[in-house]
Ligand binder design. Sequence first.
Ligand code: NAP
Ligand code: ZN
Ligand code: ZN
Length: 349
Amino acid sequence: MEIKSVKAFGTTSPEADLIAMAINRRVVTLKDVEIEILYCGVCHSDLHFAKNDWGMTTYPVVPGHEIVGKVTGVGDGVSKYRVGDLVAVGCLVDSCRTCSNCKDDLEQYCPEWVGTYGGPDKHLDTNTHGGYSESIVVDEDFVLKLPKNLDLAGIAPVLCAGITTWSPLRHWKVGKDSKVAVVGLGGLGHMAIKLAVALGAHVTLFSRSTNKIEDAKALGVHEVVISTDESQMEQAMGKFDLIIDTVPYAHDLNPYVGTLATNGTLVVVGYLGPLDPMLVTVPMIMGRKAVAGSLIGGIAETQELLDFCGKHNIISDVEVIKMQDINTAYERMLKSDVKYRFVIDMKSI
Ligand code: NAP
Ligand code: ZN
Ligand code: ZN
């Protein structure tokens, strides 16, 4: 297979900083689109993966799955895109295309889905490498069309933070009469709020401190509950139809289950791993309440969201950084010091 060396930023061990490196990209094959990356969002998953928090990382890692760019080449069999088009790539670059999940537009649940980084590259004998790079080559079926009216840096986080919260909002049929709560005001949390508000829901934020109350209100939140204040948590009991929990680390879910209404669902999208403390089933049984999980979203659903964002003028609140600032950005993300998504201007690479 013909390959091309491109500039990237990645890491070779959990302890090391991200540094400049060269990676290989395939030269376009029949159905491939080559994309010059203009912007790439910085997701907390990038940090988890770079640091091997989930114990599944193979190094070197080049993170980044909120990619916006310009088409610079297409294979002979490509019909959806032309050179010069502005396009996007999210968390998925391939799947088996034949299993029931693929047929149902749920490629993210395909047993053979290929993540944009850290997945088994079907073309090269390496892992896939993500958007912290000059360019990427992706099968046209996993490339998305961008709305024309939105800021390119602001739209990038829609590709992961947006779709990860949109998918549960849609699956649990959130609309005008819904009472939705979001746990944690970070990248995912702020997109969850914007999208739930746009769907007409009554939206509450659970945050650990009072620091973000004003920001939350500006994002359209109707109420803020400080999760560390027991009396506020007590007052929130029995209220919500859907809670989207974006907290990245192990935490007690039991107080949040208590705030669900009968038939309500708490969807965990943040923390991946065993719960500590354990879940107490009593409130679940006594109120037919559910605790569920959800992974990003499929290609069709991501396109639906991009179109929705175009129609409703929704973008992420971003702080644009240079590629060389990525290690500081990770440190700041760990301290929740980001309003509300870092996006890398890839010219800086
Ligand atoms: P983020 O920007 O760092 O936001 C996380 C927020 O959670 C923080 O702003 C903070 O909000 C709260 N938080 C942080 N640490 C906490 C702690 N120790 N205890 C309680 N609350 C804490 O992260 P993100 O990019 O939104 O990602 C959130 C999580 O979702 C990550 O674990 C990421 O890997 C995961 N993720 C999952 C999917 C999926 O498909 N399921 C997709 C993308 C990302 P407050 O200050 O308001 O409390
Ligand atoms: Zn992500
Ligand atoms: Zn499949």
